[in-house]
Design a protein around this ligand. Structure first.
Ligand code: NAP
Length: 251
C-alpha cells in the first residue's frame, strides 16, 4: 500500500460515487469528491468529515481535457498525489437505435469513455511515480447488450477493453486496473429510468428484484464494498478483471 493514501472518485455527488467516496474515506483515504457541480459534492464531503476523514469537493466535467488536468493538479496540490482513481461519472441517453440522436451517442461516449481516458491519463502520472496505484472503472451488465442502450452498452463494453489494456500497460509500475459491472442499483439513474417509462419507483424495483437471483436490487454500498476490495492490498494480484456485481451472473 502506498503511504500516500489519496483517492479520486468521479460522479461522487450522489449514488454509487457518493457511497464509494464515503467508503474510501472510512478505509483511510483522503478523497477528492469530483462531480460536474462542485456545490453538489458538499453532502458527500460532509459525510466523510463526519466519519473523521478528509475530503475536498472538486468541480470537473470529466469529458473536458483542460478541466481534467486542472482538477487532478488541484487534488495533488491540496491532498497529495492521487493513487486511487474510480471512474464512476456517468449519464444515460436511452433510445432505440432508430430514434437515437447524434448527441445521445456523443454525450454517452464523451462522459464514459473519453472521461475515463482523460482521468486515467492524468492520474497515472502520479501512480507510476509512486510505484503503486489502483484504477477502478464502472462498466455495467448493459455491456452484454440492452435494448434502448446502444450508446451506453457500447461505452460500457468499451470500458472493459480499456481496463484490460490499462492493466497490461501499468502493471509493471505497481498499478492495477479493474472494472466493476453493476446490475440494477437503486440510484437516481435507475429512478429516472422508472420515471421515463412511467412505472412507480417501488414497482420498478420490485419487478427488477424478481428477475435477480438473490431477489433484491442492489444498493450503492454493494458497489462501494467491491471497490474497497479492489483498491486494497488483498487485491494486488487482481488486474484487468471485470467483476459483475449483479446479484447473479448477470442482471
Ligand atoms: P447517478 O446517480 O446518475 O450519478 C452519476 C453522477 O455522475 C451524477 O452526480 C452526475 O452529475 C455525474 N456526472 C455526469 N456527467 C458527468 C461529467 N461529465 N463529469 C463529472 N460528473 C458527471 O448514477 P449512478 O447510478 O450512481 O451510476 C454511477 C456509475 O455506475 C455510472 O457510470 C453508471 O453508468 C454506472 N452503473 C450504474 C448502474 C445502476 O443501476 N445505477 C448500473 C450499472 C452501472 P449530474 O447530476 O450533474 O449529471
Amino acid at each position: 500500500m502506498s503511504d500516500n493514501r489519496v483517492a479520486i472518485v468521479t460522479g461522487a455527488a450522489r449514488g454509487i460515487g457518493a457511497a464509494t467516496a464515503v467508503r474510501l474515506g472510512r478505509e483511510g483515504f483522503a478523497v477528492a469528491v469530483c462531480d460536474l457541480d462542485e456545490a453538489a459534492c458538499a453532502g458527500t464531503v460532509e459525510q466523510i468529515g463526519g466519519d473523521g476523514g478528509k475530503a475536498i469537493a472538486v468541480g470537473v466535467d470529466v469529458s473536458d481535457a483542460a478541466q481534467v488536468s486542472a482538477a487532478v493538479a488541484r487534488v495533488a496540490a491540496e491532498l497529495g498525489p492521487p493513487v486511487v482513481l474510480v471512474n464512476n461519472a456517468g449519464v444515460t441517453r436511452d433510445n432505440l437505435l432508430f430514434k437515437m440522436t447524434d448527441d445521445d451517442w456523443d454525450t454517452v461516449m464523451a462522459v464514459h469513455l473519453r472521461g475515463s481516458f482523460l482521468m486515467s491519463r492524468a492520474a497515472q502520472e502520479h501512480m507510476t511515480k509512486a510505484g503503486w496505484g489502483r484504477i477502478v472503472n464502472l462498466s455495467s451488465v448493459s455491456a452484454l447488450g440492452n435494448r434502448g442502450q446502444v450508446n451506453y452498452s457500447a461505452a460500457k463494453a468499451g470500458l472493459q477493453g480499456f481496463t484490460k489494456t490499462l492493466a497490461i500497460e501499468l502493471g509493471k509500475f505497481g498499478v492495477t486496473a479493474n472494472a466493476i459491472a453493476p446490475g440494477f442499483i437503486a440510484t437516481e439513474m435507475t429512478a429516472a429510468t422508472a420515471a421515463r417509462v412511467g412505472v412507480e419507483w417501488e414497482d420498478f424495483k420490485a419487478a427488477a428484484a424478481k428477475e435477480i437471483p438473490v431477489r433484491r436490487v442492489g444498493v450503492p454500498e454493494d458497489i462501494a464494498g467491491t471497490v474497497a476490495f479492489l483498491v486494497s492490498d488483498d487485491a494486488s494480484f487482481v488486474s484487468g478483471q471485470v467483476i459483475y456485481v449483479a446479484g447473479g451472473p448477470r442482471a
